[in-house]
Design a protein around this ligand. Structure first.
Ligand code: AMP
Length: 113
């Protein structure tokens, strides 16, 4: 069964798209945890960092660079931001298509709960 992000990539369901390129799509999180909360999703389906094959490592760099560019455009590069990839149960992953959360626009607490 397709994940919700695959259905968004395939344009089967709508989403608020923040950025798109040949490698990834970025959508505004439906339940934002910060003023900026955007999800960077590689078009290539891979469940999470645990499932990532060696030859897919470039996907990670692509989503990081896309998120960095978005953070600059959104004006949060200097104030700061966080990039997060949740993996499996204890990591808090709920959608099993790898994605990077970009969070910013407010001070973020550390360590996370
Ligand atoms: P994770 O818990 O790391 O798997 O993150 C999944 C994220 O996807 C959560 O922050 C959800 O709020 C978000 N989410 C789930 N469905 C949608 C959707 N249809 N559009 C945008 N964000 C979504």
């Amino acid at each position: 069964m397709k994940t919700i992000f695959q259905r968004i990539i395939d344009r089967e369901i709508p989403a608020k798209i923040a950025h798109e390129d040949e490698h990834c799509i970025a959508i505004h999180d439906i339940n934002p945890q910060a003023p900026v909360h955007v999800l960077f999703v590689p078009r290539e389906p891979v469940a999470n960092t645990d499932a990532l094959a060696d030859e897919q490592v470039e996907l990670i760099g692509r989503v990081v660079l896309a998120a960095r560019a978005y953070a600059r455009r959104a004006g949060i590069a200097e104030s700061g931001y966080r990039m997060v990839m949740n993996t499996n149960g204890d990591g808090g992953q709920t959608v099993f298509h790898l994605h990077l959360h970009l969070l910013g626009g407010r001070a973020l607490h550390w360590p996370p709960g």
